[in-house]
Write a protein that binds this ligand. Structure first.
Ligand SMILES: [Fe+2]
Length: 278
């Protein structure tokens, strides 16, 4: 199977979340996730930091409006678009202000995923390291998630977590060399489980924790180390109760077969408490 998304070098460039209180949510990302904030005439708030961006639009709490993935070059965008068309997916307009030459598709659970070329960053700022890195969904059916992202778009399957009955608890897919770009947990609901910023190094997680403490934001989970991806992690919640992960040491995959892990607390957190979703 052609790994079209991997060949396109797609990476998670930004996310857009809906909120009933968009100003409050946007101010949280600006302050706590260390980004600049601008309000736009379409009602959207844009938070922009070094290699991380979050758009907040009026709407429902805890609902993703869209995800924006940037490709390495125009050939990559064209190849992904051709692949999506050949797979019978409807090609939609991209609402993202951060992508040029973009298109969008809806995944098996209705999430809008945009692919295009990243527009140049207009905001240059220093800040704690932590590019937008991955997005994880909650879904009633992880098998269908794999069929869509791996089967239809050509993401590589990095690892799977398997229930005792053989059904999928979690699947991790990648569209570049990092262990996962988009993952999915089996759940009793459909939506976003969490999104993540990659701090790179353990010591930078310390800096994030000190920064969170200055804003009176307490960790909800971690520090710990995940099995699949081997990344160190901490989690906090935003005011809408969206889960935010800051990760470090995420595995870089050059060439290996995917691994099946058992659904077990130690798979999710080698160090301590696990939050199992199924
Ligand atoms: Fe994660």
């Amino acid at each position: 199977m052609t790994l079209t998304a991997v060949q396109a070098g797609a990476y998670l460039h930004h996310l857009a979340f809906e909120s009933e209180a968009p100003e409050r949510l946007a101010k949280f990302y600006a302050d706590v996730m260390d980004m600049n904030l601008t309000q736009h005439s379409d009602g959207a708030w844009r938070c922009e930091g070094p290699a991380r961006r979050m758009i907040v639009v009026p709407g429902e709490n805890k609902k993703m409006a869209y995800a924006g993935l940037a490709c390495r070059d125009a050939d990559g965008v064209a190849a992904l678009r051709a692949r999506a068309t050949a797979e019978g997916l409807e090609i939609l307009d991209s609402p993202s202000p951060y992508l040029d030459g973009a298109f969008a598709v809806r995944d098996q659970d209705g999430h809008l995923i945009c692919f295009g070329l990243a527009t140049p960053d207009t905001v240059k700022r220093a800040g704690i390291n932590g590019p937008t890195q991955h997005l994880t969904f909650a879904s009633l059916d992880v098998e269908q998630f794999v069929d869509f992202y791996h089967g239809k778009l050509g993401f590589a399957l990095s690892d799977r977590v398997i229930h005792e009955d053989g059904t999928l608890a979690t699947a991790f897919t990648r569209s570049n060399h990092e262990h996962h770009t988009i993952a999915c947990f089996k759940s009793d609901r459909t939506g976003v489980d969490h999104h993540s910023y990659e701090a790179g190094e353990w010591i930078t997680i310390r800096d994030w924790c000190d920064h969170f403490a200055e804003h009176d934001v307490q960790l909800m989970w971690g520090p710990g180390r995940h099995g699949p991806g081997n990344n160190l992690f901490i989690f906090i919640k935003d005011p809408d109760e969206n889960w935010i992960e800051v990760s470090a040491e995420l595995e870089v995959i050059h060439d290996r077969d995917n691994v099946d892990w058992p659904q077990h607390p130690r798979t999710l957190n080698k160090w301590g408490r696990a939050i199992l979703r199924s």
